[in-house]
Write a protein that binds this ligand. Structure first.
Ligand SMILES: Cc1cc2nc3c(=O)[nH]c(=O)nc-3n(C[C@H](O)[C@H](O)[C@H](O)COP(=O)(O)OP(=O)(O)OC[C@H]3O[C@@H](n4cnc5c(N)ncnc54)[C@H](O)[C@@H]3O)c2cc1C
Length: 463
């Protein structure tokens, strides 16, 4: 007899991890499919090189069609919530006003999403950083902002006990958290659901899907073997790149002309200040502060105190031979801040080639460039106020917040997913992951991915 699941959920990150676990808890027969492997706190790789190879698509980085931008997304059980920094913010009125205009969706309002934000936050352990959590990099940033009169704020993170007082460095959890402190969907949802009997098939890539009147067929590849799985309802939660790629490989672009359009990523540009004294910007909680609202939000960029682990720092600084050695000897003597730009959706498009491989086309629009230039100008003032001897700018930009490709909207002419999270004219396929973003919010996206997924969950459980 053919097994027809109530739900197949493709992808186990911020959206899929939450939806699969909660639908299982509500009594549905759910199969969670994930392309990557399952790790846990005991088995996460313990250095940057092994972590990149094991946990990320492309063995660490993927690139745009012109190899100017590096993208990071995770390929393992728990998705990108395993490697992210779990900085969790709600969207503001500005995002909802923009999205309501773009989508024509009446429920696209902060007050409508508040219940979902609350429900998601209630299951997470959250910590807003304080003065005592700052490392030297953060102290330098705060000192310079206060000197220059710039607005700054503490960040809020999903974490339980990071044991910072015992010398733990959170930069290591870019390879997965060895303490189950970081609030990934693995920790908050998936592990418990699997103990309670939820089925999960890892190391299985979904190649394409078919929509039928009463079910969906899901074509998968596991250990080199192809198979077809069946479900009554399919939830695509493979992220902006993964979900868009599967829909393109399924030929849906013939009917959905908006498929693949509007890719945005909050392009991030890293800057380093070099000092005579040791800064050790990678120590402890390495991301505790960011620029505040005024005037940064209005100007379309934000600044975040951040640091890169050594291999990534070496790549970002791009130098060779003796120059490279000189740079890396100064690794402990640098402060580091990034500019993240709220980019325009017109500059990005996801396509596939004839073999079904994803092609990312991304350029910076004139507005993106001027926002970046304004951020860089502000940063230079901050590094000077810090007393940096030299300022280094990475020639690359990179993308961690991958958004769009299957935009939500009320019209099939310019969107892929309808206000009920169903693919237009394919009522058995749902999407609530980061691919549905109609534009860049300029705010950390993952809490809102979870909130939209929670809204879909409520809708499905009331159906
Ligand atoms: C280093 C880093 C730091 C970040 N820090 C933050 C932060 O502090 N705050 C924040 O809000 N956001 C952060 N982000 C971004 C955030 O994690 C993502 O926006 C969020 O996880 C997206 O959720 P998602 O469910 O759309 O996709 P993901 O969480 O990426 O999950 C998608 C899953 O689908 C799987 N998949 C893809 N294709 C297929 C396929 N064909 N078949 C089967 N499975 C497939 C993937 O392997 C993956 O597990 C960070 C990202 C990175 C890389």
């Amino acid at each position: 007899m053919i097994d027809i699941h109530d739900y197949i959920v493709v992808g186990s990150g911020a959206s899929g991890g939450l939806l699969a676990s909660d639908l299982h808890r509500l009594g549905a027969d759910v199969l969670l499919i994930e392309a990557g492997k399952a790790y846990d706190k005991k088995t996460f790789p313990n250095n940057e090189m092994r972590g990149s190879a094991a946990l990320y698509w492309g063995g660490g980085f993927e690139f745009d069609s012109e190899a100017k931008t590096a993208y990071l997304r995770s390929r393992c059980l728990g998705g990108t919530t395993i490697v992210n920094q779990a900085l969790l913010d709600r969207f503001d009125e500005d995002v909802f006003n923009d999205w309501k205009n773009r989508t024509g969706i009446s429920w696209m309002e902060q007050s409508e999403l508040d219940k979902s934000y609350e429900a998601v936050e209630n299951r997470l352990k959250l910590k807003t950083f304080e003065d005592k959590d700052m490392n030297n990099n953060a102290r330098l940033f705060k000192m310079a902002c206060e000197k220059l009169g710039y607005d700054w704020k503490y960040l809020r993170r999903g974490q339980d006990d990071c044991a910072l007082e015992r010398g733990n460095d959170c930069i290591a959890c870019l390879n997965g958290c060895h303490r189950d402190s970081k609030q990934s969907t693995l920790v908050t949802s998936i592990q418990k659901a699997m103990q309670d009997g939820m089925k999960a098939q890892t190391e299985t890539e979904v190649l394409s899907v078919e929509h039928h009147a009463d079910h969906c067929d899901v074509h998968v590849l596991t250990a080199g073997k192809k198979a077809v799985l069946k479900c009554r309802k399919l939830i695509m939660a493979a992220g902006s790149f993964g979900t868009t790629q599967v829909l393109l490989r399924s030929g849906f672009d013939k009917k959905l002309t908006a498929l693949g359009k509007g890719f945005c990523q909050h392009p991030q540009f890293m800057f380093f200040g070099v000092f005579d004294e040791i800064v050790d910007g990678y120590k402890g909680a390495f991301q505790t502060l960011a620029s505040g609202k005024h005037p940064f939000r209005k100007n379309g960029y934000k600044l975040e105190v951040v640091y890169a682990p050594p291999i990534s720092a070496g790549m970002l600084l791009r130098s060779y031979g003796a120059e490279f050695q000189k740079q890396m000897k100064r690794y402990r003597y640098m402060s580091s801040i990034e500019v993240a730009v709220r980019d325009e959706p017109d500059g990005g498009r996801l396509r596939i080639n004839r073999k079904g491989r994803l092609i990312v086309e991304k350029y910076l629009t004139a507005q993106d460039k001027s926002r970046k230039a304004a951020g860089a100008e502000t940063l230079k003032k901050i590094f000077t106020a810090q007393g940096a001897k030299e300022i280094l700018e990475s020639p690359f930009f990179f993308g961690l917040h991958l958004m769009g490709g299957c935009a939500i909207g009320s019209s099939g002419a310019n969107s892929v997913v309808n206000p009920e999270f169903q693919v237009h004219d394919m009522p058995n396929i749902y999407i609530a992951d980061s691919s549905i973003f109609p534009s860049a919010p300029g705010i950390n996206p993952s809490l809102s991915v979870m909130a939209f997924s929670h809204r879909l969950l409520t809708q499905l459980s009331n159906a």
